[in-house]
Write a protein that binds this ligand. Sequence first.
Ligand code: F6P
Length: 531
Amino acid sequence: MSATRCDRTPAWAALHGHFEAHGRSLDLREAFARDPGRAASLTFEAPEIVVDLSKNLIDIAGLHFLLDLARDCGLEGARDAMLAGDPVNLTEGRAVLHTALRAPRGEGLFSDEVHGVLDAMLACAERVRDTAASGIRHVVNIGIGGSDLGPQMVVPALDAYAQRGLTLHFVSNVDGHDITRVLRTLRPAETLFIVASKTFTTQETMANAEAARAWFLAQGGQDVARHFVACTTNVAAAAKFGIQTTFGFWDWVGGRYSLWSAIGLPIAIAIGADHFRALLAGAHAMDRHFATAPLPHNLPVLLGLLDVWYRNFHGYASRSVAPYHQGLARLPAYLQQLEMESNGKGVDLAGEPLPYGTSPVVWGEAGTNGQHAYFQMLHQGTDVIPVEFIAVKTPAHALVDQHRKLLANCLAQSQALMLGKTRDQAQAERAPTASAALDPAVLASHRSFPGNRPSSTFVLDALTPRSLGALIALYEHRVFVAGHVWGLNPYDQWGVELGKALASGLLPRFETGDTAGLDGSTAALLTRLSA
Ligand code: F6P
Protein backbone atom coordinates (compact mmCIF):
# COMPACT_ATOMS: atom_id res chain seq x y z
CA MET A 1 0.00 0.00 0.00
CA SER A 2 1.52 3.33 -0.94
CA ALA A 3 0.03 6.13 1.14
CA THR A 4 1.04 9.75 0.80
CA ARG A 5 0.13 12.42 3.32
CA CYS A 6 -2.31 14.93 1.84
CA ASP A 7 -0.02 17.96 2.02
CA ARG A 8 2.69 16.12 0.04
CA THR A 9 0.48 15.38 -2.97
CA PRO A 10 0.18 17.33 -6.23
CA ALA A 11 -3.59 17.50 -5.68
CA TRP A 12 -3.13 19.42 -2.40
CA ALA A 13 -1.38 22.25 -4.21
CA ALA A 14 -3.99 22.17 -6.97
CA LEU A 15 -6.75 22.36 -4.37
CA HIS A 16 -5.14 25.40 -2.79
CA GLY A 17 -5.09 27.07 -6.18
CA HIS A 18 -8.71 26.14 -6.81
CA PHE A 19 -9.76 27.36 -3.39
CA GLU A 20 -8.15 30.75 -3.89
CA ALA A 21 -9.54 31.12 -7.41
CA HIS A 22 -13.07 29.78 -6.91
CA GLY A 23 -13.64 28.10 -3.54
CA ARG A 24 -13.33 30.98 -1.13
CA SER A 25 -15.73 33.16 -3.12
CA LEU A 26 -18.28 30.52 -4.09
CA ASP A 27 -21.81 31.80 -3.57
CA LEU A 28 -24.44 29.10 -3.34
CA ARG A 29 -27.25 31.36 -4.50
CA GLU A 30 -25.33 32.25 -7.64
CA ALA A 31 -24.27 28.64 -8.15
CA PHE A 32 -27.90 27.47 -8.16
CA ALA A 33 -28.93 30.35 -10.43
CA ARG A 34 -26.12 29.54 -12.88
CA ASP A 35 -26.66 25.78 -12.92
CA PRO A 36 -30.24 24.44 -12.85
CA GLY A 37 -28.79 20.92 -12.69
CA ARG A 38 -26.75 21.59 -9.53
CA ALA A 39 -29.06 19.73 -7.13
CA ALA A 40 -29.18 16.69 -9.39
CA SER A 41 -25.47 16.57 -10.10
CA LEU A 42 -24.55 16.92 -6.43
CA THR A 43 -27.07 14.43 -5.04
CA PHE A 44 -25.66 10.96 -4.40
CA GLU A 45 -27.15 7.58 -3.59
CA ALA A 46 -25.87 4.75 -1.47
CA PRO A 47 -27.77 1.81 0.03
CA GLU A 48 -30.76 3.12 2.01
CA ILE A 49 -29.58 6.75 1.88
CA VAL A 50 -29.68 9.68 -0.52
CA VAL A 51 -27.50 12.69 0.28
CA ASP A 52 -27.96 16.12 -1.21
CA LEU A 53 -24.55 17.81 -1.16
CA SER A 54 -25.60 20.66 -3.44
CA LYS A 55 -25.87 23.23 -0.64
CA ASN A 56 -22.18 22.84 0.13
CA LEU A 57 -19.49 25.37 -0.79
CA ILE A 58 -18.02 23.18 -3.48
CA ASP A 59 -18.23 23.06 -7.27
CA ILE A 60 -17.78 20.12 -9.60
CA ALA A 61 -14.20 21.12 -10.40
CA GLY A 62 -13.37 21.29 -6.68
CA LEU A 63 -14.89 17.87 -6.20
CA HIS A 64 -12.66 16.49 -8.93
CA PHE A 65 -9.58 17.97 -7.28
CA LEU A 66 -10.65 16.36 -4.01
CA LEU A 67 -11.04 13.01 -5.76
CA ASP A 68 -7.53 13.48 -7.18
CA LEU A 69 -6.39 14.07 -3.62
CA ALA A 70 -7.95 10.76 -2.52
CA ARG A 71 -6.14 8.96 -5.33
CA ASP A 72 -2.84 10.73 -4.65
CA CYS A 73 -3.11 9.68 -0.99
CA GLY A 74 -3.61 6.04 -1.99
CA LEU A 75 -7.08 5.90 -0.48
CA GLU A 76 -8.30 2.89 -2.44
CA GLY A 77 -5.26 0.82 -1.50
CA ALA A 78 -5.63 1.77 2.15
CA ARG A 79 -9.32 0.91 2.11
CA ASP A 80 -8.63 -2.47 0.52
CA ALA A 81 -5.87 -3.16 3.04
CA MET A 82 -8.21 -2.43 5.93
CA LEU A 83 -10.97 -4.61 4.48
CA ALA A 84 -8.45 -7.40 3.87
CA GLY A 85 -7.45 -7.47 7.53
CA ASP A 86 -3.99 -5.88 7.28
CA PRO A 87 -2.81 -4.44 10.61
CA VAL A 88 -3.72 -0.86 9.64
CA ASN A 89 -3.93 0.18 13.30
CA LEU A 90 -0.16 0.56 13.30
CA THR A 91 0.38 1.82 16.83
CA GLU A 92 -1.38 -1.19 18.30
CA GLY A 93 -0.37 -3.66 15.58
CA ARG A 94 -3.98 -4.63 15.01
CA ALA A 95 -6.30 -5.25 12.11
CA VAL A 96 -9.47 -3.15 11.89
CA LEU A 97 -12.31 -5.46 10.96
CA HIS A 98 -15.63 -4.18 12.20
CA THR A 99 -16.76 -4.87 8.62
CA ALA A 100 -16.22 -8.60 9.26
CA LEU A 101 -18.85 -8.44 12.00
CA ARG A 102 -21.59 -7.69 9.49
CA ALA A 103 -20.49 -9.86 6.59
CA PRO A 104 -22.93 -12.67 5.78
CA ARG A 105 -22.06 -16.10 7.12
CA GLY A 106 -19.21 -17.66 5.19
CA GLU A 107 -18.25 -14.43 3.42
CA GLY A 108 -16.11 -12.34 5.74
CA LEU A 109 -12.86 -12.89 7.58
CA PHE A 110 -13.18 -14.85 10.84
CA SER A 111 -16.69 -15.82 9.74
CA ASP A 112 -16.93 -18.93 11.93
CA GLU A 113 -15.90 -17.05 15.07
CA VAL A 114 -18.07 -14.02 14.27
CA HIS A 115 -21.20 -16.01 13.48
CA GLY A 116 -20.61 -18.39 16.39
CA VAL A 117 -20.76 -15.52 18.87
CA LEU A 118 -23.53 -13.77 16.96
CA ASP A 119 -25.75 -16.87 17.05
CA ALA A 120 -25.12 -17.35 20.76
CA MET A 121 -25.67 -13.68 21.54
CA LEU A 122 -28.91 -13.54 19.57
CA ALA A 123 -30.15 -16.75 21.17
CA CYS A 124 -29.53 -15.15 24.58
CA ALA A 125 -31.41 -12.05 23.46
CA GLU A 126 -34.39 -14.13 22.41
CA ARG A 127 -34.43 -15.98 25.73
CA VAL A 128 -34.47 -12.66 27.60
CA ARG A 129 -37.23 -11.35 25.32
CA ASP A 130 -39.40 -14.29 26.27
CA THR A 131 -40.33 -12.37 29.39
CA ALA A 132 -42.88 -14.91 30.58
CA ALA A 133 -40.13 -17.51 30.83
CA SER A 134 -37.18 -15.26 31.71
CA GLY A 135 -39.01 -13.06 34.18
CA ILE A 136 -36.80 -10.20 32.99
CA ARG A 137 -38.46 -6.78 32.63
CA HIS A 138 -35.42 -4.50 32.91
CA VAL A 139 -32.04 -4.76 31.23
CA VAL A 140 -29.20 -2.54 32.47
CA ASN A 141 -26.21 -2.07 30.19
CA ILE A 142 -23.16 -1.09 32.21
CA GLY A 143 -20.44 0.23 29.92
CA ILE A 144 -18.91 3.49 28.73
CA GLY A 145 -17.67 5.02 25.47
CA GLY A 146 -17.87 2.46 22.70
CA SER A 147 -19.43 -0.03 25.10
CA ASP A 148 -22.32 2.34 25.73
CA LEU A 149 -22.86 5.00 23.08
CA GLY A 150 -23.72 2.69 20.17
CA PRO A 151 -26.46 0.70 21.96
CA GLN A 152 -27.60 3.83 23.78
CA MET A 153 -28.08 5.55 20.43
CA VAL A 154 -29.58 2.63 18.48
CA VAL A 155 -32.11 1.40 21.06
CA PRO A 156 -34.23 4.59 21.07
CA ALA A 157 -33.69 5.06 17.32
CA LEU A 158 -35.38 1.70 16.73
CA ASP A 159 -38.02 2.10 19.40
CA ALA A 160 -40.70 1.28 16.83
CA TYR A 161 -39.22 -2.24 16.65
CA ALA A 162 -38.72 -2.67 20.39
CA GLN A 163 -40.35 -5.30 22.53
CA ARG A 164 -42.92 -3.76 24.85
CA GLY A 165 -42.71 -4.68 28.50
CA LEU A 166 -38.92 -4.71 28.49
CA THR A 167 -37.10 -1.54 29.52
CA LEU A 168 -33.48 -0.90 28.58
CA HIS A 169 -31.34 1.26 30.89
CA PHE A 170 -27.84 2.56 30.26
CA VAL A 171 -25.40 3.28 33.06
CA SER A 172 -22.03 4.66 32.07
CA ASN A 173 -20.74 7.39 34.37
CA VAL A 174 -18.53 6.65 37.37
CA ASP A 175 -20.66 9.33 39.01
CA GLY A 176 -22.78 7.30 41.42
CA HIS A 177 -25.80 9.43 40.60
CA ASP A 178 -26.05 7.56 37.32
CA ILE A 179 -26.48 4.04 38.66
CA THR A 180 -28.37 5.17 41.77
CA ARG A 181 -31.03 6.74 39.59
CA VAL A 182 -31.48 3.48 37.69
CA LEU A 183 -31.30 1.02 40.58
CA ARG A 184 -34.00 2.94 42.44
CA THR A 185 -36.52 1.73 39.87
CA LEU A 186 -35.54 -1.96 39.76
CA ARG A 187 -36.22 -5.31 41.41
CA PRO A 188 -33.44 -7.94 41.31
CA ALA A 189 -35.61 -10.81 40.12
CA GLU A 190 -36.74 -8.83 37.05
CA THR A 191 -33.34 -7.38 36.14
CA LEU A 192 -30.55 -8.47 33.84
CA PHE A 193 -27.22 -6.63 34.05
CA ILE A 194 -24.95 -6.61 31.01
CA VAL A 195 -21.38 -5.67 31.88
CA ALA A 196 -20.00 -4.38 28.57
CA SER A 197 -16.32 -3.59 28.33
CA LYS A 198 -13.84 -4.45 25.61
CA THR A 199 -10.99 -4.52 28.12
CA PHE A 200 -12.94 -5.34 31.29
CA THR A 201 -10.59 -2.98 33.12
CA THR A 202 -12.31 0.39 32.60
CA GLN A 203 -12.62 2.16 35.95
CA GLU A 204 -16.15 3.44 35.43
CA THR A 205 -17.56 0.11 34.26
CA MET A 206 -15.87 -1.94 36.93
CA ALA A 207 -17.08 0.44 39.65
CA ASN A 208 -20.66 0.32 38.36
CA ALA A 209 -20.56 -3.46 37.93
CA GLU A 210 -19.41 -3.85 41.56
CA ALA A 211 -22.15 -1.47 42.70
CA ALA A 212 -24.77 -3.40 40.72
CA ARG A 213 -23.68 -6.73 42.17
CA ALA A 214 -23.64 -5.32 45.71
CA TRP A 215 -27.12 -3.86 45.21
CA PHE A 216 -28.39 -7.14 43.73
CA LEU A 217 -27.21 -9.16 46.72
CA ALA A 218 -28.29 -6.56 49.28
CA GLN A 219 -31.79 -6.56 47.80
CA GLY A 220 -32.02 -10.33 48.23
CA GLY A 221 -31.21 -11.15 44.60
CA GLN A 222 -30.75 -14.85 43.92
CA ASP A 223 -28.55 -16.40 41.25
CA VAL A 224 -25.98 -13.82 40.16
CA ALA A 225 -25.02 -16.12 37.29
CA ARG A 226 -28.50 -15.78 35.74
CA HIS A 227 -28.74 -12.01 36.22
CA PHE A 228 -25.27 -10.88 35.07
CA VAL A 229 -23.76 -11.41 31.63
CA ALA A 230 -20.62 -9.89 30.12
CA CYS A 231 -19.63 -8.72 26.64
CA THR A 232 -15.86 -8.42 26.36
CA THR A 233 -12.63 -9.43 24.65
CA ASN A 234 -11.28 -10.23 28.12
CA VAL A 235 -13.24 -13.38 28.90
CA ALA A 236 -10.85 -14.35 31.70
CA ALA A 237 -11.44 -11.09 33.59
CA ALA A 238 -15.21 -11.50 33.29
CA ALA A 239 -14.92 -15.00 34.75
CA LYS A 240 -12.81 -13.63 37.60
CA PHE A 241 -15.55 -11.10 38.32
CA GLY A 242 -17.87 -14.08 38.71
CA ILE A 243 -19.78 -13.84 35.45
CA GLN A 244 -20.45 -17.18 33.83
CA THR A 245 -22.16 -16.11 30.62
CA THR A 246 -19.81 -14.13 28.42
CA PHE A 247 -20.06 -13.13 24.78
CA GLY A 248 -16.61 -12.46 23.41
CA PHE A 249 -15.18 -10.35 20.65
CA TRP A 250 -11.72 -9.60 19.36
CA ASP A 251 -8.96 -7.01 19.50
CA TRP A 252 -9.60 -6.15 15.84
CA VAL A 253 -12.90 -4.55 16.86
CA GLY A 254 -12.33 -0.98 18.05
CA GLY A 255 -14.49 0.13 20.98
CA ARG A 256 -16.24 2.86 18.99
CA TYR A 257 -16.82 0.39 16.13
CA SER A 258 -18.19 -2.39 18.32
CA LEU A 259 -21.97 -2.09 18.35
CA TRP A 260 -22.05 -4.82 15.68
CA SER A 261 -20.33 -7.28 18.02
CA ALA A 262 -21.47 -8.76 21.33
CA ILE A 263 -21.58 -5.15 22.54
CA GLY A 264 -24.84 -4.99 20.54
CA LEU A 265 -26.57 -7.36 23.00
CA PRO A 266 -28.83 -4.63 24.45
CA ILE A 267 -29.88 -3.74 20.91
CA ALA A 268 -30.65 -7.37 20.15
CA ILE A 269 -32.67 -7.67 23.34
CA ALA A 270 -34.65 -4.57 22.45
CA ILE A 271 -35.39 -5.34 18.78
CA GLY A 272 -34.86 -9.10 18.48
CA ALA A 273 -32.59 -11.32 16.43
CA ASP A 274 -34.16 -10.73 13.00
CA HIS A 275 -34.03 -6.95 13.30
CA PHE A 276 -30.47 -7.11 14.64
CA ARG A 277 -29.51 -9.12 11.57
CA ALA A 278 -31.19 -6.45 9.42
CA LEU A 279 -29.06 -3.79 11.15
CA LEU A 280 -25.96 -5.81 10.23
CA ALA A 281 -27.23 -6.29 6.68
CA GLY A 282 -27.71 -2.55 6.21
CA ALA A 283 -24.17 -1.90 7.39
CA HIS A 284 -22.88 -4.64 5.12
CA ALA A 285 -24.65 -3.09 2.12
CA MET A 286 -22.84 0.18 2.91
CA ASP A 287 -19.56 -1.74 3.26
CA ARG A 288 -20.05 -3.13 -0.25
CA HIS A 289 -20.80 0.34 -1.57
CA PHE A 290 -17.65 1.71 0.09
CA ALA A 291 -15.56 -1.20 -1.23
CA THR A 292 -16.83 -1.13 -4.81
CA ALA A 293 -18.45 2.16 -5.86
CA PRO A 294 -16.22 4.29 -8.08
CA LEU A 295 -14.77 7.16 -6.08
CA PRO A 296 -16.91 9.88 -7.77
CA HIS A 297 -20.07 8.05 -6.59
CA ASN A 298 -18.73 6.66 -3.35
CA LEU A 299 -20.67 8.44 -0.61
CA PRO A 300 -18.32 7.83 2.35
CA VAL A 301 -15.46 9.01 0.15
CA LEU A 302 -17.29 12.18 -0.88
CA LEU A 303 -18.29 13.00 2.71
CA GLY A 304 -14.77 12.39 4.04
CA LEU A 305 -13.29 14.59 1.32
CA LEU A 306 -15.80 17.33 2.06
CA ASP A 307 -14.66 17.21 5.69
CA VAL A 308 -11.08 17.79 4.50
CA TRP A 309 -12.20 20.62 2.22
CA TYR A 310 -13.99 22.44 5.04
CA ARG A 311 -11.36 21.83 7.69
CA ASN A 312 -8.21 22.53 5.69
CA PHE A 313 -9.29 24.99 3.03
CA HIS A 314 -12.26 26.92 4.41
CA GLY A 315 -10.83 26.60 7.92
CA TYR A 316 -14.10 25.50 9.55
CA ALA A 317 -13.37 23.89 12.90
CA SER A 318 -16.72 22.31 13.65
CA ARG A 319 -19.62 20.48 12.07
CA SER A 320 -23.13 20.30 13.45
CA VAL A 321 -25.37 17.27 13.03
CA ALA A 322 -29.12 17.83 13.18
CA PRO A 323 -31.15 14.63 12.93
CA TYR A 324 -34.80 15.52 12.34
CA HIS A 325 -35.93 12.40 14.15
CA GLN A 326 -36.30 12.30 17.91
CA GLY A 327 -35.14 8.69 17.93
CA LEU A 328 -31.75 9.88 16.71
CA ALA A 329 -31.30 12.33 19.59
CA ARG A 330 -28.17 10.49 20.77
CA LEU A 331 -26.62 10.33 17.29
CA PRO A 332 -24.50 13.48 17.82
CA ALA A 333 -23.07 12.04 21.06
CA TYR A 334 -22.33 8.76 19.30
CA LEU A 335 -20.64 10.60 16.44
CA GLN A 336 -18.56 12.65 18.85
CA GLN A 337 -16.77 9.51 19.95
CA LEU A 338 -16.70 7.96 16.49
CA GLU A 339 -15.23 11.00 14.80
CA MET A 340 -13.29 12.86 17.47
CA GLU A 341 -11.73 9.83 19.18
CA SER A 342 -10.79 8.52 15.73
CA ASN A 343 -9.49 11.61 13.97
CA GLY A 344 -8.63 13.92 16.87
CA LYS A 345 -4.92 13.28 16.36
CA GLY A 346 -1.94 15.59 15.90
CA VAL A 347 0.75 13.35 14.38
CA ASP A 348 0.98 11.27 11.22
CA LEU A 349 1.76 7.56 11.00
CA ALA A 350 5.48 8.32 11.20
CA GLY A 351 4.91 10.33 14.39
CA GLU A 352 5.53 13.67 12.66
CA PRO A 353 3.42 16.61 13.90
CA LEU A 354 0.68 17.45 11.41
CA PRO A 355 0.86 20.98 10.03
CA TYR A 356 -2.91 21.20 9.40
CA GLY A 357 -6.17 20.74 11.29
CA THR A 358 -7.75 17.31 11.73
CA SER A 359 -11.05 16.29 13.32
CA PRO A 360 -13.59 19.09 13.54
CA VAL A 361 -15.67 19.40 16.68
CA VAL A 362 -18.81 17.38 16.01
CA TRP A 363 -21.90 18.40 17.89
CA GLY A 364 -25.64 18.76 17.52
CA GLU A 365 -29.13 18.06 18.72
CA ALA A 366 -32.29 16.60 17.29
CA GLY A 367 -34.41 18.96 15.23
CA THR A 368 -36.53 20.89 15.85
CA ASN A 369 -35.15 21.26 19.42
CA GLY A 370 -31.82 22.63 18.20
CA GLN A 371 -33.65 25.42 16.36
CA HIS A 372 -34.77 26.81 19.70
CA ALA A 373 -31.31 26.61 21.20
CA TYR A 374 -28.21 27.18 19.06
CA PHE A 375 -29.48 27.71 15.51
CA GLN A 376 -29.35 31.45 16.15
CA MET A 377 -25.57 31.15 16.08
CA LEU A 378 -25.62 29.01 12.94
CA HIS A 379 -27.60 31.68 11.11
CA GLN A 380 -26.07 34.91 12.40
CA GLY A 381 -22.98 34.02 14.43
CA THR A 382 -19.47 34.93 13.33
CA ASP A 383 -18.40 31.35 12.57
CA VAL A 384 -19.52 29.33 9.59
CA ILE A 385 -20.50 25.83 10.70
CA PRO A 386 -21.50 23.28 8.08
CA VAL A 387 -24.68 21.51 9.16
CA GLU A 388 -25.74 17.97 8.39
CA PHE A 389 -29.51 17.53 8.32
CA ILE A 390 -30.98 14.04 8.50
CA ALA A 391 -34.56 13.75 7.27
CA VAL A 392 -36.72 10.62 7.39
CA LYS A 393 -39.58 10.51 4.89
CA THR A 394 -41.94 8.10 6.63
CA PRO A 395 -42.44 8.24 10.39
CA ALA A 396 -43.23 5.31 12.64
CA HIS A 397 -46.24 7.14 14.12
CA ALA A 398 -49.59 8.24 12.73
CA LEU A 399 -49.30 11.99 13.43
CA VAL A 400 -49.00 12.95 9.77
CA ASP A 401 -49.41 16.68 10.28
CA GLN A 402 -46.70 16.80 12.90
CA HIS A 403 -44.37 14.90 10.62
CA ARG A 404 -44.98 17.39 7.81
CA LYS A 405 -44.20 20.21 10.22
CA LEU A 406 -40.97 18.46 11.18
CA LEU A 407 -39.89 18.03 7.56
CA ALA A 408 -40.89 21.58 6.63
CA ASN A 409 -38.68 22.85 9.43
CA CYS A 410 -35.80 20.67 8.30
CA LEU A 411 -35.92 21.96 4.73
CA ALA A 412 -36.52 25.54 5.87
CA GLN A 413 -33.40 25.56 7.99
CA SER A 414 -31.09 24.50 5.19
CA GLN A 415 -32.87 26.97 2.91
CA ALA A 416 -32.48 29.81 5.41
CA LEU A 417 -28.80 29.05 6.00
CA MET A 418 -28.18 29.24 2.28
CA LEU A 419 -30.48 32.06 1.23
CA GLY A 420 -29.96 34.43 4.13
CA LYS A 421 -31.71 37.80 4.11
CA THR A 422 -30.26 41.08 2.87
CA ARG A 423 -30.49 44.36 4.80
CA ASP A 424 -32.87 45.69 2.14
CA GLN A 425 -35.13 42.68 2.54
CA ALA A 426 -35.05 43.06 6.31
CA GLN A 427 -35.79 46.77 6.11
CA ALA A 428 -38.75 46.17 3.82
CA GLU A 429 -40.39 43.96 6.44
CA ARG A 430 -42.36 44.98 9.47
CA ALA A 431 -41.27 42.95 12.47
CA PRO A 432 -44.02 43.00 15.09
CA THR A 433 -41.68 42.74 18.08
CA ALA A 434 -39.07 45.26 16.85
CA SER A 435 -38.55 48.51 18.66
CA ALA A 436 -40.31 51.43 16.93
CA ALA A 437 -37.78 53.80 18.47
CA LEU A 438 -34.80 52.33 16.62
CA ASP A 439 -33.42 53.60 13.31
CA PRO A 440 -34.85 51.13 10.69
CA ALA A 441 -31.41 50.78 9.08
CA VAL A 442 -29.87 49.70 12.40
CA LEU A 443 -32.74 47.31 12.99
CA ALA A 444 -32.26 45.87 9.49
CA SER A 445 -28.62 45.08 10.33
CA HIS A 446 -29.74 43.05 13.33
CA ARG A 447 -32.43 41.31 11.33
CA SER A 448 -30.38 40.43 8.24
CA PHE A 449 -28.73 37.04 7.61
CA PRO A 450 -25.49 36.58 5.68
CA GLY A 451 -26.64 33.33 4.06
CA ASN A 452 -24.32 31.20 1.92
CA ARG A 453 -23.93 28.90 4.91
CA PRO A 454 -23.36 25.29 3.88
CA SER A 455 -25.35 22.19 4.71
CA SER A 456 -25.89 18.62 3.55
CA THR A 457 -29.21 16.81 3.75
CA PHE A 458 -29.33 13.05 4.27
CA VAL A 459 -32.65 11.44 3.34
CA LEU A 460 -33.83 8.05 4.57
CA ASP A 461 -37.15 6.55 3.43
CA ALA A 462 -37.76 5.27 6.94
CA LEU A 463 -35.69 4.70 10.04
CA THR A 464 -35.42 0.91 10.01
CA PRO A 465 -32.79 -1.45 11.36
CA ARG A 466 -31.43 -1.75 7.83
CA SER A 467 -31.29 1.97 7.07
CA LEU A 468 -29.81 2.78 10.48
CA GLY A 469 -27.12 0.15 9.94
CA ALA A 470 -26.28 1.73 6.60
CA LEU A 471 -26.23 5.23 8.10
CA ILE A 472 -23.83 4.29 10.89
CA ALA A 473 -21.53 2.43 8.49
CA LEU A 474 -21.57 5.47 6.21
CA TYR A 475 -20.25 7.59 9.08
CA GLU A 476 -17.65 4.98 10.03
CA HIS A 477 -16.20 4.87 6.53
CA ARG A 478 -16.30 8.62 6.13
CA VAL A 479 -14.17 8.92 9.27
CA PHE A 480 -11.69 6.46 7.77
CA VAL A 481 -11.53 8.47 4.53
CA ALA A 482 -10.79 11.81 6.25
CA GLY A 483 -8.36 10.15 8.66
CA HIS A 484 -6.49 8.48 5.84
CA VAL A 485 -6.20 11.70 3.83
CA TRP A 486 -4.91 13.44 6.96
CA GLY A 487 -2.32 10.66 7.25
CA LEU A 488 -3.19 9.73 10.83
CA ASN A 489 -4.23 6.53 12.60
CA PRO A 490 -8.00 6.70 13.24
CA TYR A 491 -7.95 3.49 15.24
CA ASP A 492 -5.98 4.24 18.39
CA GLN A 493 -6.87 6.59 21.28
CA TRP A 494 -3.72 7.33 23.24
CA GLY A 495 -5.11 10.73 24.11
CA VAL A 496 -7.39 9.24 26.76
CA GLU A 497 -4.53 7.58 28.65
CA LEU A 498 -2.94 10.52 30.46
CA GLY A 499 -6.08 11.59 32.28
CA LYS A 500 -6.82 7.98 33.30
CA ALA A 501 -3.32 7.59 34.77
CA LEU A 502 -3.44 10.92 36.61
CA ALA A 503 -6.87 10.08 38.05
CA SER A 504 -5.45 6.83 39.44
CA GLY A 505 -2.64 8.81 41.04
CA LEU A 506 -5.00 11.37 42.56
CA LEU A 507 -7.53 8.87 43.89
CA PRO A 508 -5.65 7.82 47.08
CA ARG A 509 -4.89 11.48 47.86
CA PHE A 510 -8.61 12.06 48.42
CA GLU A 511 -8.31 9.79 51.43
CA THR A 512 -4.97 11.02 52.74
CA GLY A 513 -5.30 14.68 51.75
CA ASP A 514 -1.68 14.53 50.59
CA THR A 515 -0.93 17.29 48.07
CA ALA A 516 2.85 16.91 47.98
CA GLY A 517 4.31 17.40 44.52
CA LEU A 518 1.07 18.64 42.95
CA ASP A 519 0.79 21.93 41.07
CA GLY A 520 -0.77 24.74 43.10
CA SER A 521 -4.13 24.67 41.36
CA THR A 522 -4.65 20.91 41.60
CA ALA A 523 -3.46 20.91 45.23
CA ALA A 524 -5.91 23.66 46.22
CA LEU A 525 -8.82 22.06 44.38
CA LEU A 526 -8.09 18.66 45.90
CA THR A 527 -8.04 20.17 49.38
CA ARG A 528 -11.30 22.00 48.73
CA LEU A 529 -13.04 18.90 47.31
CA SER A 530 -11.81 16.40 49.87
CA ALA A 531 -12.13 18.47 53.02
O1 F6P B 1 -12.36 6.35 26.44
C1 F6P B 1 -11.41 5.45 26.04
C2 F6P B 1 -11.98 4.10 25.74
O2 F6P B 1 -10.93 3.21 25.64
C3 F6P B 1 -12.84 4.06 24.48
O3 F6P B 1 -12.10 3.97 23.32
C4 F6P B 1 -13.68 2.86 24.76
O4 F6P B 1 -14.78 2.81 23.90
C5 F6P B 1 -14.04 3.11 26.20
O5 F6P B 1 -12.86 3.64 26.76
C6 F6P B 1 -14.52 1.93 26.96
O6 F6P B 1 -13.55 0.91 27.00
P1 F6P B 1 -13.95 -0.55 27.40
O7 F6P B 1 -14.95 -1.05 26.42
O8 F6P B 1 -12.66 -1.33 27.33
O9 F6P B 1 -14.51 -0.53 28.78
